[in-house]
Design a protein around this ligand. Sequence first.
Ligand code: FAD
Ligand code: NAD
Length: 467
Amino acid sequence: MQYDVIVIGSGPGGYVAAIRSAQLGLKTACIEKYATYGGTCLNVGCIPSKALLDSSEHYYNAAHAFKTHGINLDNLSLDMAQMMKRKTEVVAKNTAGISFLFKKNKIDGYQGIGSFKDKNTISIKKPDGTTEEITGKNIIIATGSKPSGLPFIQIDKKRIITSTEALTLQEVPKHLVLIGGGVIGLELGSVYARLGAKVSVIEFMDSIIPTMDRGLGKELQKVLQKQGMEFYLGHKVTGANLKGKEVTVTFDAPNGDKKELKGDYCLVAVGRIAYTDGLGLDKIGLTVEERGRKVTVNDHLETSVKGVYAIGDVVKGAMLAHKAEDEGTFVAEVIAGQKPHINYNLIPGVVYTWPEVAAVGQTEEQLKASNIKYKTGSFPFRASGRAVASGDQDGFVKVLADATSDEILGVHIIGPRAADMIAEAVVAMEFRASAEDISRMSHAHPTYTEAFREACLAATDNRPIHI
Ligand code: FAD
Ligand code: NAD
């Protein structure tokens, strides 16, 4: 078969690239090695983790918050098998949705491992052992990433696990020791803490979610501690050893003291690395970067081989589903001769703990490092009528605006529905709004979004109304 575009990998980067290519009239194929489409995100990432976060939040609220609302439950119990079954159904619905979209857009789907024979020919090794070759004028590598580990820790996938196994546990751990206080650790740690596990987080840096604005990590740590999680910051893990059902994690304190924690599970969540195994990049003269194993691309996301592009987790930048999707659309449009644009500064980042954490633009640390003069406006959710009504009063909105022009440079939120609230900040910043612009716009009352307006009022000339 001869195609205009062949996409290797069907995660949010790959499937969006395929759909956008087909929309633009390009004859398109997508190769996926797994039995279902959707990649990490739909199968073992965003979607199953959010399904479990939602279920565990219901359980936690039933156990801890319902009473204050005047709802009493007798004999609350957890049906872990049903929780996992529901998660599997949610995943199945989403992956089936991609099959439907491929059919609708007349995209040819191939199941198997795709590898380069030459720059236009892809060989597909199918599950039954047979091989098929297809050719394409343009190839898009969208093969994503996999969990990275630590060289001195053997992941047995039963007790010493990655996020993939943490999404399928059949029991609530008694004590989950978490290596890494980043996004995966805190989201999946939250799931099991809410279900009753003792959760200990060992983080190498001196803050959790260290790449986000420092204020967010501090506040999130405070709230998660209230929910029962414990933190060892600035600690360096030196080993994790399994004996029977017990994992002993050893680590060094900042002052050099040797420590250890014993748990029944240890989740290693120290980042992900690009995945290019079996792709045969060497056949077309491509190599991967030493650190992170990423494929190098130019501003058009094209590799050094003309007509071969790469997108999503396998290339530089944030490992986020929506960044991969944006790049999928971008590359399809480049191939079709258009001149698309991605504003990488305005790709929001979200952590789906409760309260949620969401941010876009520059952090205070980045502004300071680049010597940009800025003003800060903050508004706490305890002063929001909506938050008081729902009982979600932890957190704040922080707006950073240019000291002279008042243009919004960064928005950092920790609080209820922060993941949805951040969209307003993205729109505002895409249109280069000033903090005053937002503070003069009507925000429905009572909503959490009023806190964004108040933070803008505070940033403009320190005149929030409700605090
Ligand atoms: P992937 O989704 O990794 O897809 C790559 C696909 O390529 C896979 O299906 C793989 O099987 C296939 N493939 C690889 N090699 C070949 C080959 N040779 N032939 C054929 N197929 C191949 N991001 C967010 O934005 N929000 C979230 O809430 C979020 N939650 C997450 C939770 C977890 C637990 C994890 C692990 C990740 C989460 N992420 C989240 C990150 C997100 O999943 C990734 O950024 C995103 O999936 C990257 O998309 P991609 O298309 O680049 O690659
Ligand atoms: P991460 O980079 O977010 O966090 C890893 C953490 O581990 C960091 O804080 C790091 O300092 C720490 N660490 C590294 N080595 C360590 C060591 N030896 N000992 C102790 N701590 C150590 O990575 P992740 O949480 O594994 O997530 C991987 C990727 O998946 C991220 O890039 C993220 O963008 C993506 N993801 C996104 C979401 C979301 O958008 N909500 C959810 C899950 C995953």
